[in-house]
Design a protein around this ligand. Structure first.
Ligand code: LMR
Length: 398
């Protein structure tokens, strides 16, 4: 029965992680998977998370199932983070949120919901986008198209082409936007550009789906939500997939959420029953621990301010590494201009290194970055910066 099955190709991001584990070069550096590392190269458990866990350990009374949508306090906390306190969407009950296993779980539930209720819709993703987006939507049988986003020659957002692409998207299709810290380019629209995009969305009548996995890694919690909130002001319906892997460092707890916003509270109630149905037939109900930590932190003043400080220090360290990377490359005699890297936001930089150069870095130096040339800046440290930049300088002159 199974003898005919061909091996699937390795995952472009997580497969790289597996290969890195088997790498024998003692000086290996992993800048592949999007995971934050501190100056010592560790992915720490945040203090706010540890303290929340201590409380949960003493307060938790049961391990019984959660409801399909998760707990109310988690769901409310997610909405407040997304829209801000007392937003009309929250007050008028126009949104419902389901706790999902990670942001990927949210995207998968969204994909199933779309396939069932908007079966003719094509979903449009930016070119480039996160390596898993297309596969998630295609796995439920959705058509996936791509819209212009990145200009490789100027290493910036090609906003004119983006607008031109989106102007071709018909009513009833779906457009996936990265809420902030675009993965893989690190380039986000400006405030004014978000306004133009939201306006165009209203005019064209496509449905926005926000993938929001890096809130707080760009400029700040509120600033990073500006694209999403601009859309919320101008269009009546949207879907939002949240992930708390990065901003709470809860990668292996798989904690995310899917939020649906509708025109009326009645519409939201009805549509949400279908979201719950998609969740029930997929994983039944979500894992409790990660979401309990998030809810505990967000509802406790002291824990929340500790978390915000920790988030800020992750963000600041990444910004510092961006600057250091650019200046170290320059000090190694690299003539190519890499200054665009210090302007990008979030964990990633689209380095412009080609697949051949990426493969040379791996073979010659044990340095792992994603085949598209995406570098996880959050994996750089003062210690690995010098060997990393020497290796890149050598590769660029080969
Ligand atoms: C990444 O883009 O590296 C992360 O989002 C991890 C993943 O699941 O791909």
């Amino acid at each position: 029965m199974f003898a005919h099955i061909q091996a699937a190709p390795a995952d472009p991001i997580l497969g790289l992680n597996d290969a890195y584990k088997n790498e024998t070069n003692p000086n290996k550096i992993n800048l592949g998977v999007g995971v934050y590392k501190d100056e010592q190269g560790n992915t720490p458990i945040l203090q706010s998370v540890k303290q929340a866990e201590e409380r949960l350990l003493t307060e938790e009374l049961t391990k019984s199932y959660l409801s399909i949508e998760g707990t109310d306090n988690y769901r409310q906390s997610v909405q407040t983070l997304l829209f801000g306190e007392n937003h009309p969407i929250i007050n008028k009950k126009l949104a419902h949120t389901a706790h999902t296993p990670g942001g990927t779980g949210a995207l998968r539930v969204a994909a199933e919901f779309i396939k069932k209720h908007l079966p003719e819709a094509t979903i449009w993703v930016s070119n480039p986008t996160w390596a898993n987006h297309q596969a998630i939507f295609q796995s439920v049988g959705l058509e996936v198209g791509s819209y212009a986003y990145y200009d490789a020659s100027s290493k910036s957002l090609d906003f004119e082409s983006l607008l031109a692409s989106l102007s071709q998207i018909p009513e009833g299709d779906i457009v996936l936007f990265h809420g902030c810290c675009h993965n893989p380019t690190g380039i986000d629209p400006t405030k004014e550009q978000w306004q133009q995009l939201a306006k165009l969305c209203g005019k064209q009548g496509f449905l926005p789906l926000f993938d929001f996995a890096y809130q707080g890694f760009g400029v700040g919690l509120e600033e990073d939500a500006q694209g999403l909130r601009t859309f919320a002001e101008q269009v009546p319906e949207m879907l939002i997939a949240s992930s708390f892997s990065k901003n709470f460092g809860l990668y292996n707890e798989r904690v995310g959420a899917l939020t649906i916003v509708c025109e009326t509270a009645d519409n939201a109630d009805a549509a949400f029953t279908q979201i719950k149905r998609a969740a029930r037939t997929n994983y039944s109900n979500p894992p409790a621990h990660g979401a309990a930590i998030v809810a505990e932190i967000l509802s406790n003043k002291a824990l929340r301010s500790l978390w915000e400080m920790e988030l800020q220090s992750m963000r600041t360290r990444i910004h510092e590494m961006r600057g250091l990377f650019v200046s170290t490359l320059r000090s190694k005699g690299v003539e190519q201009d890499f200054s665009f890297i210090s302007k990008q936001q979030g964990m990633f930089s689209f380095s412009g290194l080609n697949p051949e150069q990426v493969s040379q870095l791996r073979k010659q130096f044990g340095i792992y970055i994603v085949g598209s040339g995406r570098i996880n800046v959050a994996g750089m440290t003062h210690e690995n910066m010098d060997p990393l930049c020497s290796a890149i300088a050598e590769i660029l002159t080969q």
